[in-house]
Structure formats: structure tokens, C-alpha cells
Design a protein around this ligand. Structure first.
Ligand SMILES: [Zn+2]
Length: 517
């Protein structure tokens, strides 16, 4: 069995989108910031990341650190930046990101920095690169953002079991070998274990296999983050599974991009949250991250939760319960590239079929394409319209959820707009979150959930990862027609004390570092 539909589709965004990036903006004042002088950012409304009310003041930075916060007087010769009363917040920490995958070509990570993200947490959904190669990559190809990573369960499986052996649970010896690699990765700085149990590389693993690995991550105070085994028909069981892992491995566990992708269960977010709260009351440190959209971006194959990819009945269930074929757009489809950009319903009309027949065709033709093109790892993907705002709001407002993008450079608009969308939609327009709470969910709470130290707050001694923005005009502009539209209202972004984004573009400064646990 070959794994054409590897979750590795996530990592191959580079070639998928040929749109030219506006990443070559001229170098500006950040280039002047290399001397030993301090910078005083004055006249800013400081929202420090703790969730407490913001206040007017100044922030002083020297090198890559914050060295003063409050009512500060300028020093002789000090560089001054007048914040003009706008909000200064810690740089956003994206706890589930795929922005790394084309950083070789676009090391500015424009999609991330233009929405205020200064740290991306990668190695998600069970797929990761070895720490050694990531560290080397961060030195040989410097980037504008900081990078932290989990170690992926599927990547461990592939290394130990082989990519043609993933349709089974691992043997005891294989688990021991995976633990050995994981131990080494944890020692080198991995933040923990990630799984993508809905994807076929991870799906056939038993709970015990995952549990044994989670225990290993726990030995090093790591975390467990999971794209659950099901986000639709078996969501309840999948939540039970992650709670079990938290309970038995004594490890903090995070439900990543929490959602309810089964229409029949729309509106039941509070029941899910009650279950998570009950687990917390029992002493299990369970948290979640969430992105603010009603549609996901993944392989078409996730629409077949029972992996019965040729069943018309299953396809009909998918079109009636799991996604809206008229609102779900193919992002990439190599067997027939002109289908990209069209909805499943539109393709069905072209093919003179029902949407469910088309769904079966799309899966099958992609599978055949994979057999004929064994080196191609990213054959198809779809944005599946599948969630409801009625659930999104409780998930976003839950005390223990932080904001993530799950985004990349194109494809789904979340790659350019997730954080600014929360600030515009849920803070300013709908007023379901206080600005201070939203910032906390983008900074200190995320840092805490991932285990990142020294970032996520505006406080003396913290790294100078900062975002200056206008809360009255901040607005995501990316949408399904233009997934790379730059947000409004993000004025200046600093990473490790250097400006990486201003005047609506990247400065081509690359101060990002690799973060070790
Ligand atoms: Zn995922």
C-alpha cells in the first residue's frame, strides 16, 4: 500500500502557488538598528499578554531583549519610535503552523509576520523534520520568524516501520525504537509529541502506541498536541482518547484546531467543552487551539472517516453530513489541474454527475495519479466547508483555548489572516472577546501551552518579539479568492528586536531563531 495522500501535502505548498509574493520590499530603518543603542517605543497602549487591562506607556528594547516597560524617559541619543497611541502587544505565537514549508524560497514568512506572528510552532499533525536538520536550516537559511517544533508521530513511524507498513499498529520493538528517537529529539529541544491520528500514517496506531510515546515526551516535560483521530463522526471517542493520554501519560495535552465537522453535531461545542472541563477538574491539563474559520484545508480523504473510499454510501454521507459540496473548493488537484479553484458541486456539473459520484471520482483519480507518480507527495487538497460559527465562538472564548492559524503560504486564507481575523471579527465587530483576552490567547497562553519560555509577554527580560497595530483598522483581507491578501492595521512587527514587517511589507531582515524547549 502506498501513501500517496501523505499528510505531507501540507509540506509541499511551495510549488503549489505561483502567485508572486510582494516580499522584496526595500530595507528600512530596521537596518539601522544594529548598533548598541537602545530603542524606545513611546506613546503606545501596552497590552502585555497577561490578559490584564492595557495601559499607555513606553517600551525600551536593547539588542534582542525588552529592558524596560512603563513611564520611561528617553535616554540621550536613544532611538525613539512614536507609537502614536496604537496597541503594542507581544508578537503572536502560532501554536499550529505550516508556514515553514516554503521558507527556503520565502524566508520572510510574509503570511505569518503580516498578521503579527513572530513564532511559528511546526512539526504538526504527526509530521516533523529532525531537530538537527532544523537547527542547521535556521543557521544556513535565516528566517524572519522564530521556529519551534514538536516531533511527529507519523514521522517516527515512517523512520522505524517504513512507509509501506503504516496500516497497522507498531510492535513492541518498534515502539521502543520510536521512543529511542523521540528521547534523542527531546534532548535536542523538541517541545513534545504531535500526532495526526485522522491521517492514514497515524490512524492505524493503537491508543497504547501513542500513549507509550506520550510517556516518553512526558519524561522530558514535553507536551502532546493532536490532530484528533476524528473531527466528525467519532469526535467524542477521539476526545476520550486524548483525555486518556493526558491522564495516563501525565502530560499536558492539546486538542489542535478544535472543531465539530459533523453537521448533525453543530451547536454542541459546549458539551465538548464540558467534557474537557471535567477532565481538567480531574487534574488533566487539557487545552485546545483554534482558528477562526468555518472551513478546513486538508486531503479529500478525510471526508471518508471509515476509510471506505469507494463506497457511494460513504460519499453520500460525506456530502450530506460532513461538508458542503457547494461551498468546498479544491485547492490543488494534479490529475486535473483545472479543477483547482472550483467547488465539488461545480466539478460535478462539469462531469455531469452527482456531487457524491464526483467525490468518489476525485479520490480514485488522485489515488491512481499517486501510483503513476510515486515521487509526488502533494496531489490534492480541499477546503472543506464544514463547521459552524455557533461552535467556533464557544471554542474561541474557552478559557483554555489559544489562537492558531494552521496556515501556510497560500491555499487557505488562514495562512495570512487567522490572527487579524480574530482581532477584527471577534474583538472589534462581534465583541465576544476583550482585546486583552484575545492578545493573551495569541501570546502568553500559547507560550504556556507549547512550553515556550521568555516570549509571549511584554516584560523586562523577555525577548523583543512585538507587534504594533491599530485595533480600529486591523482587518484580515485574505479570502478564498485571494488567500495571500495582506491584512490591514498591522503597523510594525519586531522579532528579537529587529523590525521584520512595516509599511505593509517585509523588511527582509532575518532575526528569527530556532527555539529549543
Ligand atoms: Zn491538522
Amino acid at each position: 500500500m502506498k501513501f500517496i495522500f501523505s499528510l505531507l501535502w501540507l509540506c509541499c505548498m511551495t510549488n503549489a502557488f505561483t502567485q508572486v509574493d510582494a516580499e522584496d520590499t526595500p530595507v528600512s530603518i530596521s537596518a539601522l538598528q544594529t548598533d548598541a543603542r537602545t530603542l524606545l517605543i513611546t506613546n503606545v497602549f501596552i497590552i502585555d499578554g497577561t490578559g490584564t487591562p492595557g495601559k499607555m506607556g513606553s517600551v525600551r528594547i536593547a539588542g534582542d531583549k525588552i529592558i524596560g516597560v512603563g513611564q520611561l524617559l528617553p535616554l540621550p541619543d536613544e532611538q525613539i519610535l512614536d507609537g502614536k497611541g496604537k496597541v503594542l502587544a507581544p508578537g503572536f505565537i502560532d501554536s499550529h503552523s505550516h508556514h515553514d514549508r516554503n521558507l527556503n524560497d520565502f524566508p520572510t514568512a510574509l503570511g505569518a509576520i503580516s498578521q503579527g506572528i513572530t513564532t511559528i510552532v511546526i512539526g504538526q499533525d504527526g509530521e516533523s523534520d529532525p531537530i538537527d536538520s532544523l537547527k542547521k536550516w535556521c543557521i544556513t537559511r535565516p528566517k524572519s520568524v522564530n521556529i519551534a517544533t514538536y516531533t511527529g508521530h507519523a514521522s517516527l513511524r515512517i523512520q522505524v516501520m517504513g512507509s509501506d507498513q503504516l496500516h497497522r499498529t507498531a510492535t513492541t520493538t518498534e515502539i521502543l525504537n520510536m521512543q529511542k528517537i523521540l528521547r534523542s529529539e527531546m534532548t535536542k529541544g523538541s517541545f513534545g509529541l504531535s500526532t495526526g491520528l485522522e491521517y492514514e500514517e497515524g490512524f492505524y496506531a493503537s491508543t497504547d502506541e501513542v500513549l507509550q510515546l506520550a510517556k516518553t515526551a512526558a519524561e522530558y516535560d514535553g507536551k502532546y498536541i493532536s490532530h484528533l483521530r476524528s473531527e466528525d463522526i467519532y469526535l467524542d471517542e477521539a476526545i476520550d482518547e486524548i483525555i486518556t493520554i493526558g491522564r495516563e501519560a501525565h502530560i499536558p495535552v492539546q486538542v489542535s484546531h478544535i472543531k465539530i465537522a459533523l453537521r448533525d453535531d453543530w451547536g454542541t461545542a459546549n458539551q465538548i467543552l464540558a467534557k474537557l472541563e471535567a477532565a481538567r477538574a480531574e487534574g488533566i491539563n487539557i487545552t485546545a487551539d483554534v482558528y477562526p474559520y468555518e472551513y478546513w484545508h486538508s486531503t479529500i480523504r478525510v471526508l471518508f472517516p471509515n476509510k471506505d473510499f469507494t463506497s457511494l454510501e460513504a460519499a453520500t454521507f460525506a456530502t450530506t453530513h460532513l461538508f458542503d459540496p457547494a461551498g468546498s473548493i479544491l485547492v490543488r488537484y494534479l490529475p486535473n489541474p483545472e479543477y483547482a479553484g472550483k467547488t465539488v458541486s461545480e466539478i460535478a456539473v462539469l462531469r455531469k454527475e452527482t456531487p457524491e459520484e464526483t467525490l468518489l471520482y476525485l479520490v480514485k483519480a488522485a489515488e491512481n495519479y499517486g501510483l503513476e507518480h510515486p515521487d509526488e507527495t502533494y496531489i490534492e487538497s480541499i477546503m472543506g466547508k464544514s463547521m459552524s460559527d455557533a461552535d467556533l465562538i464557544p471554542f474561541i472564548t474557552w478559557t483554555h483555548s489559544n489562537i492558531c492559524s494552521d496556515g501556510a503560504n497560500g491555499g487557505h486564507p488562514r495562512g495570512y489572516g487567522a490572527f487579524t481575523r480574530v482581532l477584527a471579527e471577534y474583538v472589534r465587530e462581534e465583541k465576544i472577546l476583550l482585546l486583552e483576552t484575545a492578545i493573551n490567547k495569541m501570546t502568553a497562553l500559547s507560550a504556556d501551552h507549547v512550553g515556550i519560555q521568555g516570549r509571549g509577554l511584554i516584560a523586562t527580560g523577555y525577548y523583543a518579539d512585538l507587534v504594533l497595530f491599530d485595533p480600529d483598522t486591523v482587518q484580515d483581507n485574505a479570502n478564498t479568492d485571494n488567500a495571500k491578501a495582506i491584512s490591514d492595521g498591522i503597523i510594525t512587527v519586531w522579532v528579537n528586536g529587529q523590525i521584520v514587517f512595516e509599511h505593509g511589507g517585509a523588511t527582509n531582515q532575518f532575526p528569527g531563531v530556532f527555539l529549543s524547549r
